[in-house]
Design a protein around this ligand. Structure first.
Ligand code: PLP
Length: 372
């Protein structure tokens, strides 16, 4: 969201290079960066820094297991939470392996992930509260953690519908389950305080990475003090480069100087323009499709069907059709994200109206071919 080579970030990094890049001791930038995150997220009392989103979800899950005293984790079908063993499960399952829609099968998605680990993870569907409740009820003495992307950003931009997120909060309270919002993709992008602020639902723990560091390798996790204090109580969180000053300089610069209120107004307005432009062009040429958009984040899907979850996306979004769109846009100088399920766009603070114009000009040229 910060874009490439942002002058405020590169200046700060240059300055920090002269002042030290690794102290292996706590230092004042840790406090500054943690405060900047806490200012944005009401449910966060304490924050720890990592080097990636993968590390953040790994540590948050370990912490939630330690706090709840229960080993099983509930994860949503189609969500990606990074590359560690506990989450490389049921993120992009082929149709014949999906299992029952209300109790999906836990499918291992990488060689080398032990079955024993898959046995500790249950999979639930997005936007189906009854199914989540049944899984929690059935595993009430075993599941102590629910991890969700509050918008499933690895399946288009699939929002929670109706009271789904609030319902998850209530179910977690009822079954004493730690609720983790994985805001690695939504955090600081869809609102200053991420999906937590946007939907007004409070998780127990939040994980973040990516945009908080303006392209530097960083992650963070934080949340309720009683849960976070488990780290002083026998739950491990170590790492030589955690919270190193170079990366934290990027974080404080991004959060305090780059992603300002004006910056959000700017990217949100451009996001609206892009989304509306796509809808108008598709309507003009009779191309089936719609845009799923939340402020600076959006994606075009070439189907009129409603997308509620991973299965809808898998069923209705034609990969080959999206490839044709992708190549045609590329030939016209626009490079959408190359993965069909996350071809979504992020508007950066460095984009201007002229970039949206260029993007829409390219799509205007491509849409009639797709409609034929
Ligand atoms: N969580 C979500 C929702 C993600 O989209 C990603 C990466 O795309 C991760 C976690 C992992 O983050 P990283 O690539 O920084 O390890």
């Amino acid at each position: 969201m910060v874009g490439h080579n942002h002058p405020a970030v590169t200046d700060a990094l240059r300055d920090q290079l002269e002042n030290g890049t690794l102290f292996t001791h706590p230092h004042e930038l840790l406090g500054e960066a943690a405060e900047a995150i806490k200012d944005r997220w009401d449910p966060i009392d304490l924050v720890r820094f990592t080097n990636s989103g993968t590390e953040s979800t790994m540590h948050a899950i370990r912490l939630a297991r330690a706090y709840s005293g229960r080993e099983k984790v509930l994860k949503i079908e189609g969500s990606y939470h990074g590359a560690h063993d506990y989450v490389l499960l049921s993120k992009s399952v082929p149709a014949h392996k999906l299992g029952h829609p209300k109790q999906p099968t836990t499918v291992i998605e990488s060689e080398g992930v032990p079955e024993a680990i898959a046995d500790t993870v249950e999979i639930g569907p997005w936007n189906d509260l009854d199914a989540i409740e049944s899984i929690l009820e059935e595993n009430a003495t075993e599941i102590g953690t629910l991890i969700v992307e509050p918008i499933v950003m690895n399946v288009g931009v699939t929002q929670p519908h109706g009271e789904y997120l609030q319902g998850l909060r209530e179910l977690c309270d009822e079954y004493n389950v730690v609720l983790i919002f994985d805001e690695v993709k939504t955090g600081v992008k869809i609102a200053p305080g991420g999906a937590t602020e946007y939907y007004g639902v409070e998780p127990d723990l939040v994980t973040m990475a990516k945009s908080i560091g303006g392209n530097m390798p960083v992650g963070a996790f934080g949340g309720r003090e009683d849960i976070m204090r488990e780290i002083e109580n026998g739950t491990a969180h170590y790492g030589t480069y955690n919270g190193n000053p170079l990366v934290l300089r990027a974080v404080t610069t991004v959060l305090n100087e780059v992603l300002t209120d004006d910056a959000y107004d700017h990217v949100d307005a451009l996001g609206d323009r892009l989304a509306t432009g796509y809808e108008e062009i598709m309507a003009d040429v009779g191309l089936a499709g719609h845009v799923e958009q939340v402020n600076s984040q959006g994606i075009v899907v070439f189907t009129d069907e409603e997308i509620n979850n991973y299965r809808d996306f898998d069923e209705h979004v034609d990969v080959e059709f999206h490839e044709n769109y992708w190549f045609a846009m590329l030939e016209r100088g626009v490079l959408p994200h190359p993965h069909h399920a996350s071809q979504q766009w992020t508007i950066s603070v460095q984009h201007e109206d002229e970039h949206i114009d260029r993007h829409l000009e390219a799509f205007k040229d491509v849409a009639p071919m797709l409609a034929d």
